[in-house]
Design a protein around this ligand. Structure first.
Ligand code: PRP
Length: 222
């Protein structure tokens, strides 16, 4: 990757999760001296850097690992929660210093100690059915997983579930809904992911991206 991209070289495709993580990623790429799109691209789903060396694919966050595993994107940025839940096979060369939160098991505040003691099958609402099933399986608990697409905290409030597994950042959503964290399942932050074939076919360009990001991050105050 150079400041003056080679027009003969195919662009690097980067899948970003639409929303805050995409903004933070583009800010970091720009600060690291990598080509980023200029200005507002409105509702365009593929944004090109000036000169076209990098194309940014704006995907639904949960779809980023899919784009990267299939090679529709060479690189991507997503949360470790999304990556582990997706069970996609990609390289993970670099953790990124944003998107910090955690995946937690949470229970009603008046029954916080029951999660793993249910004789009968606990019902657990979550947007993370794979990680949740793995968590309970590893503990020998026969949980019934109820997959939801959002507002998971509703589960115990409306009698849909005994417990939830969800992302917690400030804890405000849990508190506001009478729930407490009882276990941390996964510490989360953003991660750079790379398609395994692209890593070999476009090695020089991809390694340059990783090196620039590493150098930039190493220069940041801790
Ligand atoms: C996420 C997550 C929690 C909330 C946690 O939800 O699923 O609900 O943020 O953040 P907090 O600990 O700072 O309160 P999101 O806003 O993505 O919406 P969703 O519940 O519809 O998925």
């Amino acid at each position: 990757m150079t400041g003056h991209p080679d027009a003969n070289r195919s662009p690097l495709m980067v899948a970003l999760p639409k929303g805050r993580l995409a903004h933070q990623t583009l800010e970091m790429f720009a600060a690291a001296g990598l080509p980023t799109p200029s200005g507002d691209n409105g509702r365009k789903l593929i944004m090109e850097s000036a000169g076209g060396a990098m194309h940014y694919v704006m995907a639904k966050p949960a779809d980023v690992p899919t784009f990267v595993e299939y090679g529709a994107a060479d690189l991507g940025v997503c949360g470790l929660d999304t990556l582990r839940e997706s069970q996609r096979h990609v390289y993970e060369p670099l953790l990124l210093p944003f998107g910090f939160c955690r995946l937690c098991l949470a229970a009603p505040a008046d029954r916080p100690d029951t999660p793993l003691r249910y004789e009968s099958q606990p019902r657990v609402a979550t947007k993370y059915p794979n990680l949740t099933a793995e968590f309970f399986r590893a503990r020998g608990v026969n949980a019934e997983i109820i997959a939801l697409n959002g507002s998971v905290e509703l589960g115990p409030l409306v009698g849909l579930a005994h417990l939830i597994v969800d992302v917690v950042e400030t804890g405000n959503t849990l508190r506001a809904n009478g729930l407490v964290e009882t276990r941390t399942i996964l510490e989360i932050q953003a991660v750079l992911i790379v398609n395994r074939a692209a890593y070999h076919l476009k090695r020089a360009a991809i390694e340059q991206v990783i090196d620039r990001l590493r150098t930039h991050l190493a220069a940041q105050p801790t």
